[in-house]
Design a protein around this ligand. Structure first.
Ligand code: ATP
Ligand code: MG
Length: 579
């Protein structure tokens, strides 16, 4: 392929709103162009890379025994109503709208994911345990009404996802969910590894979906919006929502004060009370009232900590919790919202383990405009139940005592044991060995293809441009033909190109009539892993140059030796860059 016949609109500058490196470089290298907030065109060079990622994903999904199909982006809203996800998804669910009343548009949504549709297909076609297990996948465009699309293609409203879904009637037994989950986990590791990404699988929160297990595949980078939490000793890691913390030490000095009531007129937030009473938030007890199935459940955390609702729900033994309504709070505390406290509170209370070691704390008095000081847990209110129910923060230790380290990261993939959530809601059943209908036990497995590309660029770039992993580089090599007006240069560069193509190397010949410095800058910006330089001066000495983009190493070799050497470099890189 010749540059002059190709299309690479490189740019010197990135737009001002491009903040993260992958966004800046993808635009500057001519890979993408934004069409509307949160949706991008992939220009030929960008699309080449995306297609290579897609090929890797497809190969590994096929190898893992998943069956490729293709489902539409348009879904009838009825399916989403059956699972209650019209409400659960809220604005993320993109509705066509625009039509009035019963116009078809008002009943169609654009799929953010495909659990509902695939479960409908299983319900329609899979009747017997003998057909199981089954795993389907597709590589397809998803729509999500992300509130803030940002960071280029890392978070968009339209993106390409590989989503897979597995169907079983068993869990641990052969053919059960666990087996497929393991296989998908393995395939994901292979996929991200082949793409050369420094990925880290972490335990993730299953959340309201309530599955038994879930893992996210994270790539550490400052451009990420998630946090990876690791123990310094390497023995523990999880995502922030899941991270468990060790209990804190009791630092009490045995001089517990007497409890006293103070007037705090109109001051209902931690900050307001903290300022007014000159008391640090870490010395306050936050009392947060939730409800689950109509019953109040109260969480106590330190004023500077935040409740982790998933941990809290688990500790409470309920599927999920919701913030209590103001009416319920007022009824329970007999006070305005903002003055709840654990002393003499008649409700089910779970204290965070950090609260159990507090002394002389400040908390709401269950009396409008009043707080209590000198509150000592255990003495002034009984702690019937305590657990780790808060978000981990810097300074915390892992359950094994090792300090926790926080790192920003991007989620590139997610594997999930769904259980029967969707099949039960949609009455998708299958006859078991005893001829009884049972809801499918399901797993789902997603990968963001665009995110793989951006995550690779985040992980591998320098101030001059992209340093692609070989396996997903749009081209593996570029030939910079200097002096295009020199006949020998044109001739030799053309021969080297043809030999490289014959050797199976994906190569682009920069045949533009431009200055060497200009060509080199573009080559570095686009980030071809290997650059071959054919110039008049070199040819006079019988050599061409081969340069490695990542290491900068240069080899000078005879032009007709280039193809073999480069083919070997490509092969080695694909093997060595595999993580
Ligand atoms: P996030 O927490 O980042 O919003 P998610 O957990 O909602 O992502 P999943 O529903 O697990 O995402 O989707 C599977 C994969 O799809 C993610 O691991 C990610 O790689 C990709 N993905 C999700 N949302 C987006 C998006 N808005 N833009 C690009 N890729 C996305
Ligand atoms: Mg996810």
């Amino acid at each position: 392929m010749k540059w002059t016949q190709y299309f690479i609109p490189t740019q010197k500058e990135a737009p001002a709103d491009a903040v993260v490196p992958s966004h800046q470089l993808m635009i500057r290298a001519g890979l993408i162009r934004q069409v509307v907030a949160g949706a991008y065109s992939y220009l030929p060079l960008g699309y080449r890379s995306l297609r290579k990622i897609e090929a890797i994903v497809r190969e590994e999904m096929d190898a893992a025994g998943a069956l490729e199909l293709n489902m539409p982006a348009m879904h009838p809203i009825e399916l989403w109503e059956q699972t209650g996800r019209v409400e659960a998804m809220g604005d993320v669910l993109v509705r066509l709208g625009g039509g009035s009343g019963d116009d078809w548009r008002s009943r169609v949504v654009l799929g953010p994911t495909h659990e509902e549709v695939i479960t409908e297909h299983a319900r329609a076609f899979v009747n017997s345990y003998k057909q199981l297990p089954l795993t389907f996948y597709q590589i397809q465009t998803k729509f999500r009404g992300e509130a803030r699309p940002k960071s280029g293609v890392l978070r968009t409203r339209e993106f390409l996802m590989k989503d897979a879904y597995s169907f079983h009637l068993a869990k641990e037994e052969a053919g059960g969910l666990d087996e497929t989950y393991e296989r998908m986990y393995g395939a994901y590791s292979t996929i991200f590894g082949r793409c050369g990404l420094p990925y880290v699988p972490v335990e993730a929160e299953s959340g309201p979906i309530g599955g038994d297990a879930s893992h996210e595949f994270m790539v550490p980078t400052d451009a990420g919006e998630d946090y990876l939490v690791r123990a310094e000793d390497g023995e523990y890691r999880a995502n922030l929502e899941r991270a468990e913390v060790a209990p804190l030490d009791d630092k009490g000095d045995g001089t517990d004060q007497a409890m006293a009531e103070v007037h705090t007129p109109g001051l209902g937030t931690i900050d307001e009370v903290s300022n007014f009473l000159k008391c640090e938030p870490c010395r306050m007890i936050k009392t947060i009232i939730y409800e689950s199935e109509g019953e109040p459940i109260v969480a106590l955390v330190r004023g500077d900590h935040a409740v982790n609702e998933s941990k809290f729900a688990r500790a409470a033994g309920v599927p999920f919790v919701e913030p209590a309504s103001p009416e319920l709070i007022t009824k329970l505390t007999k006070a305005d919202v903002g003055f709840a406290g654990p002393v003499a509170l008649d409700a089910r209370v779970i204290a965070d383990q950090a609260v159990t070691v507090m002394h002389d704390a400040v908390t709401g008095a269950n009396k409008t405009d009043h707080h209590l000081t000198g509150v000592n847990p255990g003495r002034d209110f009984e702690i019937k139940s305590s657990a780790d129910i808060r978000m981990a923060v810097e300074g915390d230790r892992a359950p094994n005592g090792s300090p926790l380290v926080f790192e920003k990261c991007i989620e590139v993939g997610h594997v999930f044991k769904l259980g029967t959530k969707y099949s039960s809601a949609m009455e998708a059943t299958c006859l078991d060995q005893n001829g009884r209908p049972q809801p499918f036990i399901m797993g789902c497995y997603g990968i963001g293809l665009n995110r793989i590309m951006a995550a690779a660029i985040e992980s591998f770039h320098d101030d001059r441009g992209i340093c692609w992993p070989m396996a997903i580089a749009p081209f593996q090599a570029v030939i910079c033909a200097l002096d295009m007006r020199e006949e020998t240069v044109v001739k030799v560069a053309g021969e080297v190109h043809d030999q490289l193509v014959a050797a199976g190397v994906d190569v682009l010949l920069d045949d533009r009539d431009a200055r060497p410095g200009f060509k080199f800058k573009d080559a570095e910006l686009v980030g071809f892993p290997i650059r071959i330089t054919v110039g008049k001066r070199g040819l006079a000495e019988g050599i061409a140059e081969i340069q490695n983009r990542r290491t900068g190493d240069v080899q000078k070799v005879a032009p007709d030796a280039v193809a073999d050497i480069v083919a070997k470099m490509v092969e080695d890189a694909i093997r060595e860059e595999r993580t």
